[in-house]
Design a binder for this molecule. Sequence first.
Ligand SMILES: [Zn+2]
Length: 296
Amino acid sequence: MKHIFAIITTGLLAAHTVHAKLNVVATTPELAAIARDIGGDRVEVVSLAKPTEDPHFVDPKPSFVVKLAHADVLVEGGAELEIGWLPPLLEGARNPKLTRIAIAPGIQLLEVPTALDRSKGDVHAMGNPHFMTDPVNGQIAAQRIADELAKRDAAGAETYRANLAKFNARIEAKMAEWRKLLVPFAGKEVVAYHNTWPYFGERFGLKIDLFLEPKPGIPPTPASLAEVMAKMKAEHLRVVIVEPYQNRRTADTVAADTGAVVVPVAQYPGGVKGTDGGYVELIDYIVNALAKGLAK
Ligand SMILES: [Zn+2]
């Protein structure tokens, strides 16, 4: 009898010490990667958007509603990045206990318009929502995630703080190397398909301000492309960057006509080869790919 009691108590103690992991849903894969870095083995993280998907136009699958219904925490970009697909999913999930962590309110947004105007289909009506392309903003996101996870799961506060310190140390160690790689190209202008890169450009001294899209979210037309190509030729612009879900053939045509090179990049870990490792690996890839393209 004594023996059985001992087994039962041990079992109860074991069940008590093995805590359930926090269910974290991130809207996009770079936020998921950072949440994994910060949460470690105290969290289970999934991303709704795939790394090869346009964050403005994510396919809202019914399974997303289920994920949000069972989530403890949602990490989202904000600044209307997910406005086209996230609100109905949240409504369907009916999860009043969900802790929502929006990163944008802590970020100095670029390109904030003086008057809100969505009439022409511009998907950046609140300012540019692609701030995570600047690793310093990645650190702001990591800090925010660590703070909020600690509030939701006080027992893990020490772990989250330690993981945040590790994340910051990795970024800071890389930053000098990244700057050094791009310093030779300071002030150079780069062409992009979509206006995804102003934060990255500002951080590393590049002007990524000419776009194949006439407006964010509006596909190029022959007339808009002709204008871009004329400018590229006049100013000898040599690099066009293109993301996985953008029309590579359009970028190739523009590059062939202007003597430029196409450099594939991505906003999300796993969006291009060699970036599966996470956020730091992604920034590392982008810096190296651009340095190589600009050196040609
Ligand atoms: Zn955009």
